[in-house]
Design a protein around this ligand. Structure first.
Ligand SMILES: [Zn+2]
Length: 475
């Protein structure tokens, strides 16, 4: 399949220029004014062409719980999340489709799904998500979320003796599962990759990290994990290792140019140097960090230290959407309040670069996608500059990032295959998806969590918060 996008606006060093773009099979083959037509013609006039963005951290199945979890910190929020997590692979399929659709409709052409696995149906969960991503046509990096410690181990002890029950699966079983997933589903040429993705230091043993590193080296897999999302995790790392989580991950060899780490809110200056030295990527999830009160990640410091930064929506139970443009906007302007020197602030063009090329660097694929260059994969998005929210005509990228763009994407392609045409998702019916999400859920504003009530007293005590009566905990 070949096509030519004619008379389209693209950014350049001077501002913008109008060009034609030729695509043959899965690649961009020419970018210049007045090119001969190859294949189908796409009228690019009054449209802006950008490389697709990367939604570099999410958890698709959280879609089933969006809007329902009350304002609470991660350690309590996650207890509730896991108590009501979906248990049917068909739900995992629908939420993967929903995540892919919302990511595509807001400029993303790749998604990193740190996929929560249904206990006892782990491979079925991965198969369901993989089918969902293939059906929609988005480039998918499936990162099965594994751990080998119980949730309660994720809260610092504060020096008390705390016994944790053992996790439902062994370290070896988790690693075997991952290897099977790689053999069954890792198909980089087809746009589906498996990543090794221990959830983070808070719930994983060193043996699990070591096994993930070994698989990553053996199969050339990218590595992903949460890192120092909360203050509690910073305390926990000191209890567990006697040093920072970043120093520990460096010592055990997890950090590398293939490693992307979600959140990175509580790093100190030495940690930031290690992130730069190891060429690890920070995935910035600003909306989740605000929603869970985790803090403001020191993104301007990362950028000044030369650390690559990309953007993620994070799962829909801590955001509660997959609007990538919203995450990029918030992730850019949030930091203006952290540094009085406005010369350090993130410009809209820098934000676009972080979301596209930064996302590709974080997946060790910047040689393949993430920029508008001849030879790169055709992961492309056309923005309709006649959409009301992108008018009047000022600076298209400025308004795309700083405004509130609504339904602005006219066409998009992944690997040269069209996934959005005339503002509509091509390969699945969004109406059918909405119908199934409606039918398979119910209004439930009064849900109570027993798991939160069990955890809350210890969390409050360790974090130095006043004691409360437990009955208040789940209101
Ligand atoms: Zn996450």
């Amino acid at each position: 399949m070949s096509f030519t996008i004619q008379n389209v606006l693209i950014p350049d060093d001077q501002g913008y220029k109008t060009v034609d773009v030729q695509i043959q099979a899965d690649r961009i083959t020419a970018i210049a004014p007045n090119l001969p037509v190859i294949g189908t013609v796409i009228d690019g006039s009054h449209q802006l062409l950008l490389p697709g963005f990367v939604n570099a951290h999410t958890h698709s199945s959280e879609m089933w719980q969006r809007g329902i979890i009350p304002p609470s910190p991660l350690e309590l929020w996650i207890a509730e999340l896991y108590e009501f997590t979906p248990l049917d692979p068909e739900q995992a399929y629908l939420s993967a489709v929903g995540t892919a659709v919302e990511t595509l409709m807001t400029g993303g052409t790749s998604v990193v799904d740190h996929l929560v696995l249904i206990p006892g149906q782990e491979l079925e969960t991965i198969a369901a998500a993989e089918r969902g991503y293939r059906d929609v046509g988005i480039r998918a990096f499936i990162a099965p979320l594994i751990q080998d410690e119980e949730l309660s181990a994720g809260i610092p002890t504060g020096g008390d003796e705390v016994k944790h029950s053992s996790y439902q699966a062994t370290t070896e079983a988790m690693l075997d599962l991952l290897q099977t997933a790689v053999e069954k589903f890792h198909r980089p040429d087809e746009g589906v990759e498996i990543m090794v993705a221990p959830t983070g230091i808070q719930l994983c043993s060193d043996a699990l990290f070591a096994g993930c590193i070994e698989l990553s080296d053996r199969y050339n897999l990218n590595r992903h994990a949460h890192l120092l999302e909360t203050k509690a995790q910073k305390l926990l790392a000191q209890e567990k290792y006697g040093c920072s989580a970043v120093q520990h991950l460096q010592e055990i060899g997890f950090l590398s140019p293939k490693t992307s780490l979600a959140h990175c809110v509580w790093l100190d200056d030495r940690d930031i140097e290690i992130m730069a030295e190891t060429r690890s990527t920070v995935v910035h999830n600003p909306l989740s960090n605000l929603r869970l009160g985790s803090g403001i990640a020191p993104i301007l410091k990362y950028r000044q230290a030369g650390v690559n930064v990309s953007f993620g929506c994070d799962g829909s139970a801590s955001n509660d959407s997959q609007d990538l443009l919203e995450a990029i906007k918030m992730g850019s302007i949030l930091h203006n309040v952290t540094d009085f020197d406005y010369l350090h602030w993130i410009t809209p063009r820098q934000a676009v670069e972080m979301a596209s090329r930064g996302g590709a660097i974080g997946l060790n694929r910047a040689d393949q996608f993430g920029s508008l260059e001849v030879g790169k994969k055709a992961d492309l998005v056309l923005y309709n500059l006649k959409s009301l929210s992108l008018l009047p005509r000022t600076d298209p990228i400025g308004l795309l990032i700083l405004g509130r763009p609504v339904s602005v994407i006219s066409h998009a392609w992944v690997n040269g295959k069209q996934v959005i045409s005339d503002h509509e998702i091509c390969n699945v019916s969004v109406n059918d998806l909405a119908g199934k999400l409606f039918e398979q859920s119910e209004w439930n504003p009064k849900r109570k969590s027993a798991a939160v009530a069990q955890t809350e007293a210890r969390y409050r005590s360790v974090m130095g918060l006043p004691e409360i009566a437990i009955e208040q905990s789940s209101t």
